[in-house]
Design a protein around this ligand. Structure first.
Ligand SMILES: Cc1cc2nc3c(=O)[nH]c(=O)nc-3n(C[C@H](O)[C@H](O)[C@H](O)COP(=O)(O)OP(=O)(O)OC[C@H]3O[C@@H](n4cnc5c(N)ncnc54)[C@H](O)[C@@H]3O)c2cc1C
Length: 458
């Protein structure tokens, strides 16, 4: 068994010693992610290219040392925390946009590129990279690929999974493979790209990513509607789609989320009696967008809202979005602990699952705040745990939520992944045979179980 300080000293001969960090400060900083779980690693390394990643993994493989790949550590499920110590492989320095190709409608980038930085660059060329997690200002594309990140525009444009054309992947023993090319169509060999997307750092380390781009929609309109309760906006969200309107975002916020935001952002223009909000965004050609926005506004009016705000320009739109994007931070400011779940159900099951959440709230006594993406059925349910009684009742509340989600045809996670916090629930969704296949794939790609050891399967 190799000792912690031996790992440090030997790694200094694998990559530039300036980028092998052993100080307690560096190790604490890389011990946690946004789940707030924390485990101290032996050492932190910051490679700058695929060869260095390969050399580090070969060293880890030969010595059977766990490796925890890290983008921006915004995972909310503990998927980036080094639960078994070992090496934290921080890819934030691998942040080059290698090529944006407007003819082929693709780009090749390194994993540490921050999502909005990339989006701004492609938009300069009138192109569009739609995946848009609410954490886009700080999370990395590598992390997005590893978690198959969703976000705010999935209803119209899909998730990260739909934009990954190919990957360069370093396997656990240091071999470097390629999984796809820049073509939109590919029927040659197995689709390893799709297997790696969403693998949460357990099958390989992505060192280059080829993403698909589309032309940038020239115009968009953002509307925020306020209601006296959840029934009208929930019904309205179904009505819009029934009437043939496909918005690019359809975001719901419940009363608890709203009241937290009102305290956190007292200048937010929310009528005080608001108990539910719907944020709707449409895009396309300017004239179409104008017509669509008018239609949407008319349908909202028919649902008798407390008020509607339509963004006057891009700046105003960002202000409306900042209300939605503030929810997570606002909830942290009103509770000692926040357990965030992100189940996803078929759209027809949204109303039943919201009823279940209310029942769980009343039996467990734990307040909840629910917001999320109505267009694709992905809801963020936050259990606001602030007393001993809440802590005691949390496990049965989660159990109840997940069981009902599966009964309704849904999944444990729409976008955050399984990581550490949901590992024990995986058998609720998958049977023995499927779990055996998952584990056989893990064994094939990572026979020594060093990559993100302890995640997904516990
Ligand atoms: C306020 C807030 C809002 C959020 N909103 C959303 C949202 O709308 N939609 C959504 O999907 N998520 C959301 N998230 C969750 C999180 O931002 C995503 O899971 C994101 O994809 C993680 O990216 P990251 O760079 O921070 O990765 P990390 O947290 O560092 O890592 C996440 C996982 O990816 C693996 N990984 C990272 N890079 C690589 C790589 N190059 N190769 C292999 N594995 C790798 C890690 O090992 C880990 O398992 C939100 C989080 C916060 C805090």
């Amino acid at each position: 068994m190799i000792l912690t300080n031996q790992i440090y000293h030997q790694l200094k001969s694998v990559i530039d010693k300036e980028r092998v960090l052993f100080s307690i400060e560096a190790r604490i900083a890389s011990s946690y992610d946004a789940s707030r779980l924390s485990y101290l690693p032996a050492v932190l390394v910051k490679p700058i290219n695929s060869k260095e990643v390969s050399d580090i993994l070969r060293f880890a493989y030969l010595n059977t040392i766990p490796v925890y790949t890290r983008g921006a550590a915004s995972s909310v499920t503990g998927s980036a925390v080094p639960i078994k110590g070992g090496i934290v492989l921080d890819l934030s320095l691998m942040n080059r946009i290698i090529e944006i190709n407007p003819v082929n409608l693709n780009a090749t980038i390194e994993p540490g590129v921050v999502v909005t930085d990339f989006q701004k660059e492609v938009e300069k060329q009138n192109l569009f990279y739609p995946p848009d997690p609410a954490s886009a200002d700080f999370c990395t594309i590598g992390g997005n690929v590893a978690t198959a990140a969703g976000g705010l525009r999935c209803i119209k444009y899909g998730t990260t999974r739909d934009y990954i054309l190919g990957l360069e992947v370093v396997l656990s023993d240091g071999r470097i493979i390629k999984t796809g090319r820049g073509t939109l169509k590919k029927v040659s060999g197995y689709d390893l790209t799709r297997l790696f997307v969403g693998s949460e750092g357990t099958l390989g380390v992505f060192t280059k990513i080829i993403v698909r781009l589309i032309p940038k929609p020239p115009a968009e309109a953002t509307l925020l509607a306020f209601f006296d309760g959840p029934t009208k906006p929930l019904q309205l969200s179904l009505t819009l789609l029934d009437r043939g309107i496909l918005p690019r975002a359809l975001e719901f916020m419940d009363a608890t989320s709203i009241s937290a935001v009102m305290k956190y952002k007292p200048d937010a223009p929310i009528p005080p009696e608001t108990k539910a909000m719907l944020l709707i965004e449409v895009d396309g050609y300017p004239q179409d967008v104008e017509n669509l926005a008018r239609q949407v506004e008319q349908y909202i009016q028919e649902a008798k809202p407390l008020g509607i705000i339509r963004a006057q320009d891009k700046n105003h739109s960002q202000k409306l979005w900042s209300i939605r994007k503030a929810i997570s931070a606002a909830l942290f400011s009103i509770t000692a602990q926040k357990i965030s779940e992100d189940i996803s159900v078929p759209r027809a099951s949204i109303i039943p699952i919201l009823q279940t959440i209310k029942e769980i709230e009343s039996t467990s006594g734990i307040p909840t705040a629910t917001f999320g993406h109505l267009g694709d059925g992905n809801l963020h349910i936050n259990f606001l745990v602030s007393t001993k009684e809440h802590e005691n009742n949390l496990a049965s509340a989660l159990d109840c939520l997940f069981k009902r989600t599966i009964e309704l045809g849904g999944t444990l996670s729409g976008e955050h992944g399984i990581g550490l916090t949901k590992a024990k629930y995986l058998p609720l969704e998958w049977g023995k045979d499927e779990l055996e296949i998952f584990k056989a794939l893990k064994q094939l790609f990572d026979p020594k179980n060093i990559l993100n050891a302890g995640k997904i399967f516990g």
